[in-house]
Design a protein around this ligand. Structure first.
Ligand code: FAD
Length: 484
């Protein structure tokens, strides 16, 4: 890895068949793209530059170590079921640093009517796949439970059209399951609103199960049958013993041929015959044969606004929502809350600022030393965005008051740490897939610009890795076919 402040002019496009690529954005998507370019470029014909506007790589993956605590400010773990992250960990040689969630506290709660209720067991991908636990749960009324069971008898909707997450879940399982379970769990991933999020873009497999089995519960039950007992020590999520930054650092160390330029803000991209000119906040520019954009869609839109109007419009039409995470730590001896579990989610109808809480020291090993309790609250969702006028002290006051009420406790934290994520959560709203198709055809017309990142085809870490590596593969395939 090499880091530089200036790019020398003798590194302009080489006439000997060497191509020069700029990756813009050093989050996990940009890092995965750089890694894949290096891996595919056996003949070392690609000069790779990665420009990151901040002083650190990782974007929404960032760990801070403070007071013997491991504080995640963004992502805290990744889903194992989607193999891209585990595969990359194997390639990077860091699987020995992975850990699952704690098995001794495997339970999650949902706030309803101001009280925490245990989530029914047998949730598959956030949707009930068994009626027994659902019927035993204190979360739903008798009417709500009976309505959920109607899923077995309601015929599948054969119309091949997209619908909102809310419309689908209400149609299959009724309002109560939607409001108390599906909405906080499924929409929570996007900090989104169920009536706006597209089913086809967020959970397409649910529609396929409905079509195949005629019932969501039956479909999910069939999908999960036999898998639960296969290995009771396996957890669906993994994280790193020393925090998620382990992944970022391992990727950075592996990038031996990528010139990583931190503190370098890209402000404009201009299409030229041979590729793109990249303009920096420093007032300088440089030329590249192709670009991989690994920044959020609206950031890219701002960079190309003078180049491609339809593309800019479609990129800007992908909404993003602002959120924040707040780590709070307590003296265990004085802590009077019950944190036996992974934490809880808060449905929109509860009208709270806090949308979810992870009981971090109970959910993950090695996050807090014995004697301390570590919690993390999530704030902000679409339609109930983080009030921008709230400074950190006022935000903490509101969050503490809500936590005391929700968890029925009085304990005061020893310390806290606030991280704001302005426009940090992409929303895959109705029409998202059509927008992606339009973006793809605009890109094909424009040429030599490849997109990856959370704004498009999956917000989770495995999805972002897939998108980064995919963009690199596409670029290499298209470059080789043109030079043949
Ligand atoms: C609070 C929170 C919690 C999350 N928790 C999880 C979780 O537990 N598990 C999970 O799988 N996913 C989680 N996610 C989602 C996941 O972390 C993100 O979707 C993913 O990290 C995004 O990666 P990215 O590389 O696409 O974008 P980013 O991480 O946003 O990276 C983009 C990079 O581009 C840089 N940049 C921006 N503008 C410019 C510019 N003009 N010039 C140069 N560089 C620029 C930025 O500084 C940034 O480093 C979470 C997200 C948030 C916000």
């Amino acid at each position: 890895m090499s880091t530089t402040d200036e790019i020398s002019t003798d590194e302009r496009i080489d006439q000997q068949g060497v191509i020069k690529i700029a990756i813009i954005g050093g989050g996990i998507s940009g890092l995965a793209a750089a890694y894949e370019l290096e891996r595919l470029d056996e003949r070392q014909r690609i000069q790779i530059y990665l420009f990151e506007k901040s002083e650190r790589l990782g974007g929404k993956i960032h760990t801070e170590h403070r007071d013997d605590l491991v504080l995640e400010t963004g992502a805290e773990s990744f889903l194992v079921r989607k193999p891209a992250a585990m595969e990359w960990c194997r390639e990077l040689g860091i699987t020995d640093q992975l850990q699952g969630t704690r098995l001794d506290s495997r339970r999650t709660f949902v706030l309803s009517g101001g009280r925490l209720h245990r989530l029914p067991e047998g949730l598959s991908g956030f949707v009930p796949s068994k009626l027994g636990p659902l019927f035993r749960s204190s979360l739903l009324s008798v009417t709500g439970k009976l309505r959920a069971a109607c899923d077995f008898f309601i015929p599948a909707d054969r119309l091949q059209r997209d619908e909102s997450l809310e419309s689908f879940m209400v149609r299959r399982m009724g309002h109560e399951v939607y409001q108390k379970l599906a909405e906080p769990l499924m929409c929570g991933i996007y900090a989104g609103r169920g009536n706006e999020l597209s089913l086809a873009a967020t959970f397409p497999e649910l529609r396929q199960l409905e079509q195949k089995y005629g019932s969501l519960i039956r479909g999910l039950w069939n999908r999960t049958r036999g898998k639960e007992t296969a290995d009771s020590t396996e957890t669906p999520f993994k994280t790193f013993r020393h925090g998620m930054t382990t992944l970022v650092q391992a990727a950075e160390q592996r990038l031996t041929r990528t010139r990583i330029v931190k503190n370098r803000d890209v402000i404009q991209l201009a299409r030229r015959t041979s590729g793109w000119d990249v303009y920096f906040g420093t007032g300088k520019f440089d030329s590249f044969n192709a670009i991989i954009s690994a920044v959020p869609s609206f950031v890219l839109a701002g960079m190309i606004k003078s180049t491609a109007s339809n593309l800019v419009k479609n990129l800007n039409d992908i909404p993003h929502v602002s959120t924040a995470t707040i780590n709070l730590w307590y003296n265990a001896k004085q802590f009077d809350g019950d944190v036996h579990g992974y934490g809880f989610v808060v449905p929109t109808q509860e009208q709270q600022l806090v949308t979810a809480v992870t009981w971090t020291s109970s959910k993950h090993h090695h996050r807090a030393v014995p004697g301390k309790v570590l919690l993390r609250a999530y704030v902000g969702r679409s339609g109930l965005e983080l009030p921008t006028e709230l400074d950190d002290d006022s935000l903490i006051d509101r969050v503490r008051a809500e936590l005391q009420r929700m968890m029925r406790m009085q304990a005061a934290p020893l310390g806290w740490q606030v991280t704001r994520w302005p426009l940090g959560s992409p929303q895959y709203t109705m029409g998202h897939l059509e927008r992606l198709a339009a973006i793809d055809s605009e890109l094909a017309r424009l040429g030599k610009l490849y997109l990856c990142g959370a704004s498009y085809r999956g917000v989770g870490i495995p999805d972002c890795i897939t998108s980064g590596r995919g963009a690199a593969r596409k670029l290499v395939a298209e470059s080789s076919s043109k030079t043949k």
